[in-house]
Design a protein around this ligand. Structure first.
Ligand SMILES: [Mn+2]
Length: 417
């Protein structure tokens, strides 16, 4: 009996330790892995060559990016009051998902190293990279998994951001998912404020203030913390200044800012909530429009979106996409936004069609499963979203008599769409 007890206790301890090593690596192992990573040889491939245009490959200044070390210091761009805030010592850990397609090695590595250097070890469950069929094979994945906590999957054909992210989330095991773009640098204490909000209420979807990494000089520039995400009826995303009334109500600059829409590149969401809400619309291609779909869905189905001014992450903003869209940039954007409008915007989709006439008649695939999802989740109407989340979006005409006429007229037009 005693023997059995000892055996059981021993195996319990063994199991416990195995579980522990599965989740955590020791500080020494962490250091060893970081130091053992052959950064020089990783960065030596695909380098900019004198005489080449440094913008050709990535649509940002590759030469400048390569001159900047992977662990450069950044100015702490938060409001000084953020440094006095306290977060729970017990926060859920997160799976960080970074998808990429033909990303420059210098920027991808800086994204990962900034996470490893500026995040408490126990909060990173894993970093999941998804290589969306980049041109030069398996190598990026193989090399980067030598960094601590990094796992990597490679698609065997080009899937686009949305399906790549879903592949990453299906492999993720932490309680919380963090999506990052592949040319970012996280700043000091970026993660705890985000995890804290989700710990308090898992239906919140939260995003940092996105600072600007200049695409020419790679200077790290603070973005305004008085912005939120907005859009027009063509479903074109724009940053919006908070109105004077909204600003007057903000007596504490560390408070979260509710936002009608997220930019989409960087955000944090509870994994169970993400799955419950139907992940992403995986029929959307390459890039664009998915941030509208997930934003409407989160709000209309019982969640909320907010930007946390005390969390800062820099992102290289570019003027154009460095990669090709197999169906063309505009067609892809129209397909993705049209799916969004058809599933989530009810009759207000007519405003989308009149702002974007080119969308009429363009094919957008089968939306039945997404319509079904909306029904199953018992989500609110787009009118509710406009009234409660984004009353600033001009839709006066839908309620005025004159526009009722216009509205009905467009409804007949709808048959021809
Ligand atoms: Mn980006």
């Amino acid at each position: 009996m005693v023997d059995l007890f000892i055996v059981l206790t021993a195996s319990c301890i063994f199991l416990f330790l195995t579980a522990l090593t599965d989740f955590q690596i020791s500080d020494a192992e962490w250091e060893d892995m970081l130091e053992g990573f052959d950064e020089r040889s990783y960065l030596s491939a695909r380098r900019w060559k004198p005489g080449d245009d440094p913008y050709t490959l990535y649509a940002f200044n590759q030469r400048e990016s390569e001159r900047i070390p992977s662990d450069r210091a950044l100015r702490d761009t938060r409001h000084y009051r953020c440094t006095t805030l306290h977060y729970d010592s017990e926060l859920p850990s997160t799976s960080i998902i970074i998808t990429f397609h033909n990303e420059a090695r210098s920027t991808l590595l800086r994204t990962i190293k900034s996470v490893l250097n500026r995040t408490p070890v126990h909060l990173i469950y894993e970093i999941i990279l998804v290589d969306d069929f980049s041109d030069d094979g398996e190598l990026d994945c193989q090399l980067l998994t030598k960094l601590p906590k990094v796992k990597c999957f490679r698609n065997n054909k080009r899937e686009g951001l949305i399906r790549s992210r879903v592949r990453g989330t299906d492999a993720a095991r932490a309680k919380v998912l963090t999506f990052l773009d592949s040319h970012c640098e996280v700043n000091k204490d970026w993660l705890p404020p985000l995890l804290q909000r989700i710990k308090e209420d898992p239906s919140r979807v939260v995003s940092p203030v996105i600072d600007i990494i200049n695409m020419d000089t790679f200077a790290y520039v603070a973005a305004s913390a008085d912005l939120r995400g907005g859009f027009d009826w063509s479903l074109h995303f724009k940053w919006e200044q908070l109105s004077p009334e909204q600003r007057a109500r903000r007596t504490d600059p560390t408070q979260p800012i509710k936002t009608p829409i997220i930019a989409g590149g960087l955000f944090v969401i509870d994994r169970a909530w993400f799955n419950h809400l139907g992940k992403y619309d995986t029929a959307m291609d390459i890039w664009g429009g998915e941030n509208f779909e997930i934003s409407f869905r989160v709000w209309q189905c019982g969640g909320s979106l907010e930007i946390l001014p005390c969390s800062r992450v820099g992102h290289v903003f570019r003027k154009k996409h460095p990669y090709v869209f197999p169906e063309g940039n505009a067609n892809t954007y129209i397909k993705n936004t049209r799916r969004t409008a058809e599933v989530w915007m009810d009759d207000f989709r007519l405003f989308y069609y009149s702002a974007r006439p080119a969308a009429r008649g363009k094919s957008y695939g089968d939306i039945r499963s997404r319509v079904e999802l909306r029904k199953k989740l018992n989500c609110k109407s787009f009118k509710w979203y406009l009234d409660n989340v984004y009353p600033e979006l001009n839709h006066w005409c839908i309620t005025s008599d004159k526009a009722q006429l216009g509205f009905l007229r467009s409804k007949t037009q709808l048959q021809q769409l």
